[in-house]
Structure formats: structure tokens, C-alpha cells
Design a protein around this ligand. Structure first.
Ligand code: MN
Length: 339
């Protein structure tokens, strides 16, 4: 692994024009890791562009460097593209993909280790709680870890570990967090900016989702739905749905929590959260989605009620048999967010 980090650091130092990108529906880790890397490279006088097909959600606008993030660019002169936290290359989004594809070299930095590896240089570590952990280790070779770098990386780690609550949190996670705090990141400020900075619409949306919460007869599966009409009526955006599914899984008896959302344009987006021993990414994979064992996502065709029945049946089959059936496979091939 050490050799890989050195190779990646060498490639970054050798590049002049670097384009960085994360995944669609960006979260704190994809933005935090890409922006941290941007700061590290700009300190080395590199010409750096950061792309996010879906822009920057309100709750992350305060991240150092977020104001410079672009949704696309006409430039095709990059000698290195770095994709952070994406899981699969097409998750950078349609507007960003041609830019990434045009770069002379491609680097993949990720803690999602899926079946679609890409890039000439791969810095992949499934044991890392966040891509930001990997970028921290890379940053030690590129240095220095300034306050903006530390703040971006701490945000990625805090959001991907559910504030150090999820089982992906390791002793190394805490060690890196401690180093980041010493480098100037202020966890209390980050918590407040990310978690106590919700829009009124977002909190009302949470209220609707909780009001509709349902639990299966045996209590093992909890789920709720949000309709396109809910979003419209409250003036809520996609970013306002972040974190809602965590409340669904919080039901005492629930081994899996699901949030179904009607997306304008037709599909039903499903966010899945599992408890230890219920790898929901394998259920999501049955429907063309993916993610982590504890957090995954997929899309199903409408109508909403049918999508709910199809997915609940698959979750039940999984809980009964211990693994997903061969059935649900070809429902949707669209890559989706793990949100
Ligand atoms: Mn991540």
C-alpha cells in the first residue's frame, strides 16, 4: 500500500493541469476529499479544476474552496484526472464524464471497492471509513496539511462515519481525526455547519417521512416514502432528503431501513440502511445499485407502491435466506447514489 501512495503522490507532483471530480448527488466525503486534494495541489502551484455534476448542496457550501466548484468545463487539456469516492466511473455524471475521459491519465481514489475498477492509478482501500482517510494519507506525502485541507477531510470523515457512530469507524479513523484537529479542523464547528444547518423545508420533509413510517409485521423492516408532491409542496430539494433514512433504521426492531423517493422524471430512488450483518449493498445490487454494507442505494421504475412491494419482498427474502434471491436482477440498470 505504501508503494501505491508514493506512486500516486509522484503522479500528482508530475502533473500540471489536474481535474478533480466526485460523484453525482455529492456528499461530504466526495466533496471533502476532492477539495482537500485541490488545496494540496494548488499549494504546489498546479492548475486545478474541481467538478461536481450536481454542484454543491447548501450544507456543504461553507467548505473551503466550495465556491470554486464547477458543474462542467469546456477544457480538455488536463494531463491528470482524479476521481474521488465515486464507486464507478459513470457516477461522476454525464456532464463531467467527457472531461475525465479526455485527461491523459486517470486516478481513482476510493473506499468503495466495487466490481468496476477504473483508472491507470488506483488508490483503493475498503477498510478506510472515508475516501478522506485515504486522501489524508496521500496528503502526508504532498503536505502540508493546512487548516482548509484538515477541515475538508474532517468533514468527509464525520459525514461518512455518521459522526464516528457507524461500524466503519476504526482506531485509524480516530487517529487521523486527531491529527486533523491538531492541523486546525474544528469538529464542533463542522458538526454545527453540517447537522444544525438544515433548511426549514428539509426538517418538514423529515416530519412527513416520519409521520408515514411503517414497520413490517415482524418488525424487521422499517420504511417510509416521499412523493414528488411532498417535495414540491414544501419546496424541498434533493439535498433536503439527506440523513432521513438514518431515522428510519433507528426503529428498535428494524434490521433494515428504507426510504423510497419519487424522482421527477419517473424513477423511484431507494436509500437502504442496514444494521451489522445485513449487507444492504447486496440487496441494492439486485436492482442495479450499490454502496456499502450499511448504506446503499438503487432505483426502481414507478409506480411508487409497486417499487415498495418489490423491494420489501427482496429484503424479506434476504432476511429469511441470508442472501438475495436471483430474482430482482434486471429491474433497473441505472447507477445511483448511495444516499
Ligand atoms: Mn465516501
Amino acid at each position: 500500500m505504501r508503494r501505491l501512495y508514493q506512486e500516486a503522490a509522484r503522479a500528482l507532483c508530475a502533473a500540471h493541469r489536474v481535474v478533480l471530480a466526485g460523484h453525482v448527488n455529492p456528499d461530504g466525503d466526495t466533496l471533502g476529499s476532492a477539495l482537500a486534494l485541490a488545496h494540496l495541489l494548488r499549494a504546489r502551484e498546479k492548475d486545478v479544476v474541481v467538478l461536481s455534476a450536481d454542484g454543491v448542496p447548501d450544507i456543504y457550501r461553507w467548505l473551503p474552496g466550495a465556491d470554486g466548484v464547477q458543474t462542467g468545463t469546456d477544457r480538455r487539456d488536463f494531463d491528470l484526472a482524479v476521481v474521488c469516492d465515486a464507486g464507478a466511473l459513470d457516477r461522476v455524471g454525464a456532464s463531467v464524464l467527457p472531461v475525465i475521459a479526455s485527461a491523459a491519465r486517470l486516478m481513482d481514489i476510493d473506499h468503495h471497492v466495487g466490481d468496476a475498477p477504473f483508472g491507470d492509478l488506483r488508490l483503493l482501500d475498503a477498510r478506510a471509513a472515508a475516501t478522506s482517510e485515504i486522501v489524508f494519507q496521500l496528503g502526508q506525502l504532498l503536505g502540508p496539511i493546512t487548516r482548509p485541507v484538515a477541515t475538508c477531510l474532517m468533514t468527509g470523515i464525520i459525514t461518512d462515519t455518521g459522526s464516528f457512530r457507524f461500524p466503519n469507524t476504526t482506531p485509524r479513523t480516530f487517529q487521523i481525526a486527531a491529527r486533523l484537529q491538531r492541523c486546525g479542523a474544528v469538529p464542533a464547528e463542522i458538526f454545527e455547519l453540517v447537522f444544525e444547518n438544515r433548511s426549514l423545508a428539509g426538517l418538514k420533509l423529515l416530519g412527513r417521512a416520519l409521520d408515514r413510517l411503517q414497520v413490517s409485521g415482524d418488525g424487521r423492516v422499517a420504511w417510509t416514502v416521499l412523493t414528488a408532491e411532498d417535495m414540491r409542496a414544501l419546496g424541498a430539494t434533493d439535498a433536503d432528503t439527506e440523513g432521513i433514512v438514518t431515522h428510519v433504521r433507528a426503529v428498535k426492531t428494524a434490521q433494515a431501513g428504507l426510504l423510497f423517493r419519487e424522482i421527477p422524471g419517473g424513477k423511484i430512488r431507494v436509500s437502504l440502511r442496514g444494521r451489522e450483518g445485513v449487507p444492504v449493498h447486496r440487496i441494492a445490487a439486485r436492482f442495479g445499485g450499490g454502496g456499502h454494507p450499511m448504506a446503499a442505494g438503487c432505483s426502481l421504475p414507478p409506480p411508487l407502491s409497486e417499487a415498495v412491494q418489490t423491494l420489501l419482498a427482496e429484503v424479506r427474502r434476504y432476511l429469511d435466506a441470508g442472501e438475495p434471491s436471483a430474482a430482482g436482477g434486471a429491474v433497473s440498470a441505472a447507477p445511483v447514489a448511495t444516499g
